[in-house]
Write a new protein. Structure first.
Length: 126
């Protein structure tokens, strides 16, 4: 049951997983809020505000991807197929355009943590 020191998951990988999971949940909530807001705005402006409905699609898709990736990272053991997701980190940074500042912080921190030597060794990169 005891893991060898080489097989242990670095704390930074756990931090990436937790931050990504929280960001995914917030993105899902944010997209629901955008959808509800657009519908209310749309009803108040005789459906002109419904043009804003597609703004909720990006955080919805990103939230689903973040939650799925975080769950794979949190598995114990995470498995050999898990690799660092630079694409999710960059999309989290881009998510700032929709108004989610926490995703910006999560994306930047994930990119910083991915370059840590212990995290790179864990993911099997040199």
């Amino acid at each position: 049951m005891n893991a060898t020191p080489a097989a242990r998951k670095p704390e930074m990988v756990t931090a990436i997983a937790v931050m990504t999971l929280i960001s995914g949940i917030l993105n899902m909530a944010w997209s629901i809020g955008v959808f509800v807001g657009a519908v209310i705005l749309g009803l108040g402006t005789f459906l002109i505000g419904c043009v804003c409905l597609p703004l909720g699609l990006f955080p919805l898709g990103l939230g689903i991807a973040e939650i799925e990736y975080a769950m794979r990272l949190m598995r114990n053991p995470p498995g050999s197929a898990v690799k660092p997701s630079y694409a999710i980190a960059v999309l989290e940074i881009i998510d700032m355009l929709v108004g989610n500042a926490f995703a910006l912080v999560t994306g930047v921190m994930a990119l910083i943590f991915y370059n840590n030597p212990s995290v790179r060794r864990f993911f099997g990169e040199t």
